[in-house]
Design a protein around this ligand. Structure first.
Ligand code: SF4
Length: 174
């Protein structure tokens, strides 16, 4: 934990030296949803915004894990709303793994995927609609495994079946 804090501090110092803004609180209200977050680092110039999200995990062999891209894209969307950036500003996101950097433009496809994820989290929070559980190797170590599997047994409506199902075969963004 202490080591993590030291690394965090070192990143902040190095980001500041490069003119990056670190851990800036973001807040955007989109419709009835309030989004809050803190991007690890943001670089802003007159014509471009670059969002950096650091991860300690291993990257996929190409692209980035979809959850990492959605997280970084969510910060990018929050930044655009918060700052009132012009619509034509060039926004890029970067997922920075220890061994690789993966760069993406904030395309309409990535924005749509991110807003859809936010929509589904909102449904979960407000209406208690549990999305499709994407099971994998990590489930074996998950402390919520029992609860999670029990919830699946109650799924009957088509609506609940469909929520989050679009993520079933998506693992990476390239
Ligand atoms: S068991 Fe845990 S990791 Fe697996 S899908 Fe359920 S909540 Fe996610």
């Amino acid at each position: 934990m202490a080591l993590g804090k030291v690394f965090h501090l070192l990143f902040r110092v190095s980001d500041a030296a490069k003119g990056l803004r670190s851990e800036e609180p973001l807040l955007a209200t989109i419709g009835s949803v309030e989004l809050r977050g803190r991007a690890d680092a943001i670089k802003v110039t007159e014509k471009a915004v670059h969002i950096i999200e650091r991860k300690s995990s291993r990257p996929p062999s190409r692209g980035a894990w979809i959850s990492d891209v959605v997280q970084a894209a969510s910060y990018a969307i929050q930044y655009a709303y918060t700052s009132g950036s012009p619509r034509d500003i060039d926004i890029t996101i970067e997922v920075r793994y220890p061994s690789a950097r993966r760069l993406f433009r904030l395309t309409d496809d990535i924005k749509t995927m991110t807003l859809r994820s936010i929509d589904e989290v909102s449904l979960l929070k407000r209406a208690g609609v549990v999305p499709y559980a994407k099971r994998g190797r990590r489930c074996a170590r998950c402390p919520y495994k029992g609860i999670c599997e029990a919830l699946d047994s109650g799924l009957e409506s088509q609506y609940q079946d469909e929520l989050g199902l679009w993520l079933r075969d998506l693992n990476i963004v390239t």
